[in-house]
Design a protein around this ligand. Sequence first.
Ligand SMILES: [Cu+2]
Length: 220
Amino acid sequence: MSHFLMQFWLHPAITHLAGRIDALFYEILVITGIMFIIVETLLVVFVIRYRRRSPDAYGQPIHGNTPLEIIWTLVPAIIFVWIGVNSVQLVYAIQTPPANTIHVEVIGHQWYWQFKYPNGVDISSNTGQIPHFPEGENVLFQITSVDVIHGFYVPRLRLQQDAVPGHLTQLWMNADTLGQFMIRCDQYCGVAHGEMFVPMQIDTPTAYQVWLNQQANKSA
Ligand SMILES: [Cu+2]
């Protein structure tokens, strides 16, 4: 796809899991897309072909067609079960963090994100600080809010989790792409809601450690 058109479509996923979410999305899109075209085409064909041609025309009485009815019940049922099994498997994978994770607290504020690392490093997006995370390692975001409901949404992860006062929600990632990716607040949280649109950075594990140590020394 051209660079111009890509702006309007999904930007590449940065985790294996996000890739699986995209794959499921495309599978459902193709199935429903094909069904849409078949149904709409038949609708138009039937409307034209079987239209009433004279004021006193009557349709033939029909008493059903058992094989046809079995087919049009069974085929969609199989497709739905297949989509359901795939979706549930993926939901479990998303909701089950691996054993070895770096725990990072994510706290929503009006109007910035705060990130607390295990070694005490404390990053707030309203001061222009960018939270860093290592590539190829499991990171578990433990999400809450101190005021209103915010939404921790990272489009390139294809994942969102509400930040709710008094509750801890979670979301995990294992990023495979270096660079800066945007975090959005996707629950409208007041006038400066838009200021919660900030980057995070994925570093190599070594660069991440260097950054983390620098931050720890700064605050010490
Ligand atoms: Cu917010």
